[in-house]
Design a protein around this ligand. Structure first.
Ligand code: NOJ
Length: 723
């Protein structure tokens, strides 16, 4: 955001009037209306609350504005992660749309609804790169790729904030968790991370930079220990990279109690030490923990902190409040009843759900003919209004959900739908209930032409502190699918989940599989339209799908290694482990390749890529190359292809990934239609961080693919030459 001289002058003026206690108060964020909140506000002892809204928020704000000495307004934050009342697909699902417009619109809708509830600030987007689906928070981000995650995160920032942060229908965004949180060892939340700085800079930092370039107003420091230094006490990342290199002038908030959690980390001796480390690192506001309010004054007295540091932090907080226009408009007078679940919000959520679904298998079973006479709808997630919303939905209501069962009944007529859930919930082993359990699901299937099984993870299996050691569909759901298969009827699985899963046994039991993530309030109608061919699947995987949990971490932009396994051959040596064919990077007991590569997704049509050509074979440093491919819809239906651009730098001063995503375009073509798809790439887009941490593009040979996914595509070669 551009600095405003007027705002800076107003901050100076206000700072000059503030007592030390009032300054320290601004640096504290309290959760909920705690006992004595009113008095704390009156004496200027708090700057922000999270998790208060509506009338309570209005009254506390009135006390701040009318009864505190300087009348500095409070700022209210909340986790509005994928919608406020109208819930959109989980962020990982939104990333599967490969459509930043979907993420931007979802954030715009969420901002309007949240603003109407009196909120000013959301703790979104999460842009933590996640290479391990065991980590429950993979659901909250854009997946494994820094380019895609950056595009989706930046679009969310634009959607929340718009062009003018002070607009009544906009709220401040908060990019999180800075930094490296997604690399948590073993996929266990809050665990240690070790990330060499070259990797940090090439993979983990770029999505944050993309959000900062998009003007994000705030940033949250993470829980994790990064290379031995907890992220909320990390001056290297928070001061040197964020402020000095990137010039961020927004506000930094800690994660929940993450300043005081430097004590269990074994980095701070006590709360006073932790407070000093937080301020020194550049955390402006402490979320929940009371280390700052209790200890900053003493730390100043002892000369362990300087007043200048406190003024800098307060300056960042006041700048945010001024940018939001809180001094002029401390209360929001939007009418919530006109905003929440507005018809255009619901239609945006339906479109997002539709574009996020990924078709992973189809033996011609889908789309269903609208004239089909009887459909069995089974599975614990067919009518699970809370679970389809996914994790982090504080303000979403299950009763607003349009479930797949209701949508299929509406589309086909109730008499053509036979419903038997089979299992009471997704983790259940209770095969005998309710309503007859698996036996009833088999009966229903025997009476129908086709069965649609809604299976997967319930919402509580992903999100913060909700990690898994297995990547299967839990409970007795696999037994349910196997029993359905045994009926001989065509089986369609719709899988809802908050992460990538190891789908091998599911795939063996079904004729078609649509992966729907947790699709949100309008998931039902979106899925029904896709199943019935009123809409065509266009989502693509934002994460690699492994065959087995033991392959994790498995991600497309890996390094080649010394003995890469042949890309197109399954390597499962049949002889002894000494069989020479086994001396490559693979496992003895599972195909080394993923079940589905990053970027994969089918449509109801088919596409052919041909005639890949480059504008030049020799690309001079500082210039751009254009790659063009002919794309033809060779099938019989209109469909959208997500055309992806990848490169590989063949030899580097540090080893380079086997592929890196550099662009994507959604292209809709009618049956038989052909078009040319064009990408332009500058030599700066080929840069990486060398051993001296310089961002460089090195001369040499490159491969370039235009591809339907990270595992295939047409390839061309070019050379980057010095000018
Ligand atoms: C902890 C989570 O890590 C963070 O993402 C969230 O915004 C805060 N709690 C506030 O609820």
């Amino acid at each position: 955001m551009t600095p405003s001289p007027t705002i800076e002058a107003r901050i100076d003026d206000l700072l000059a009037q503030m007592t030390l206690d009032e300054k320290i108060g601004q640096m504290w964020q309290i959760s909920g209306k705690i006992d004595g909140a009113e008095e704390t506000i009156r004496r200027g002892g708090v700057g922000s609350f999270l998790n208060v809204e509506g009338d309570v928020a209005h009254e506390l704000q009135r006390i701040a504005v009318e009864e505190s000495r300087l009348g500095i307004p409070l700022i209210y934050g909340r986790d509005v992660i994928h919608g406020f009342r109208t819930i959109f697909p989980i962020p990982l699902g939104q990333a599967a749309s490969f459509n930043p417009d979907i993420a931007r619109e979802g954030a715009r809708v969420a901002a309007r609804e949240a603003a109407a509830a009196g909120l000013h600030w959301t703790f979104t987007p999460m842009v933590d790169i996640a290479r391990d689906p065991r980590w429950g928070r993979i659901a909250e981000g854009g997946g494994e790729d820094p380019y895609l995650t950056g595009r989706i995160g930046a679009a969310m920032v634009e959607g929340f904030q718009g062009d003018d942060l002070s607009h009544p229908e906009r709220i401040a965004a908060c990019v999180k968790h800075f930094v490296g949180y997604g690399a948590t060892e073993g996929g266990r939340d809050y665990n240690t991370t070790y990330i060499p700085e070259t990797l940090l800079r090439d993979i983990y930092l770029p999505p944050f930079k993309a959000c900062i370039d998009a003007g994000v107003a705030t940033l949250m420091s993470a829980f994790n220990d990064l290379n031995g230094v907890p992220a909320s006490g990390n001056a290297r990342t928070l001061r040197e990279i964020l402020r000095d290199e990137w010039g961020f002038d927004g506000m930094v908030v800690s994660d929940w109690n993450s300043v005081l959690e430097m004590i269990p980390h074994g980095f701070a001796a006590d709360a006073k030490d932790a407070a000093a480390l937080g301020v020194l690192a550049g955390v402006d506001m402490e979320m929940v923990g009371d280390g700052y309010v209790k200890h900053i004054a003493a730390l100043l007295d002892e000369g362990l902190l300087s007043l200048e540091m406190i003024d800098d932090a307060v300056r960042n907080i006041l700048r945010l409040k001024m940018r939001l226009g809180l001094f002029e408009r401390p209360y929001n007078d939007l009418d919530p009843s006109a905003m929440l679940l507005a018809p255009d919000h619901l239609s945006a959520a339906q479109r997002a759900a539709e574009e996020s679904c990924v078709l992973l298998k189809n033996e011609g079973t889908l789309p269903l003919s609208p004239t089909i006479s009887k459909v069995a709808v089974v599975g614990p997630l067919a009518d699970a209004p809370q679970d389809q919303l996914g994790c982090w939905v504080f303000d979403g209501h299950a009763e607003d959900s349009h479930t797949p069962l209701a949508a299929l009944r509406a589309a086909l007529g109730a008499e053509r739908v036979i419903y038997a859930p089979g299992l009471p919930h997704a983790r259940s082993y209770d095969e005998g209930s309710p309503a007859g359990g698996i036996a009833a699901a088999i009966d229903a299937t025997n009476q129908a032409d086709v069965v649609i099984a809604f299976v997967g993870e319930d919402a509580l299996l992903s999100g913060e502190a909700h990690c898994r050691a297995f990547l299967d569909i839990p409970g007795a759901q696999q037994r349910l699918l196997d029993a359905l298969k045994a009926t001989g009827k065509p089986v369609i699985a719709v899988v809802m989940a908050g992460r990538s899963l190891a789908l091998g046994p599911v795939l063996s039991a079904v004729n078609a599989l649509l992966f729907a993530w947790h699709p949100g309030t309008m998931g039902g109608p979106a899925i029904a339209d896709l199943l019935l061919g009123k809409a065509s699947p266009s989502g693509r995987l934002p994460v690699t799908f492994p065959r087995a949990v033991g392959q994790v971490p498995l991600y497309y932009n890996q390094k080649p290694g010394a003995r890469p396994a042949p890309a197109d051959a399954p390597i499962v040596p049949t002889g002894t482990p000494l069989d020479p064919s086994g001396f490559v990077t693979c496992y003895l007991d599972v195909d080394h390749r993923p079940q589905f590569p990053f970027g994969f997704g089918l449509t109801y049509s088919s596409f052919e890529y041909s005639n890949l050509r480059l504008s030049t074979q020799e690309l001079a440093m500082g210039e751009s190359i254009t790659a063009i491919v002919t794309l033809t819809n060779t099938g019989e239906r209109t469909a959208t292809e997500v055309v992806q651009l990848y490169v590989r730098d063949l030899v580097g001063s540090l080893t380079r990934p086997v592929r890196e995503l550099k662009g994507f375009q959604r292209v809709e073509l009618a049956a038989g239609e052909q078009t040319e798809v064009r990408f332009t790439l500058h030599t700066d887009d080929l840069a990486f961080h060398n051993a001296a941490l310089q961002l460089v593009t090195e001369p040499g040979d490159f491969h370039l693919w235009i591809a339907p996914d990270a595992g295939s595509g047409l390839r061309a070669e070019f050379t980057v030459v010095k000018k």
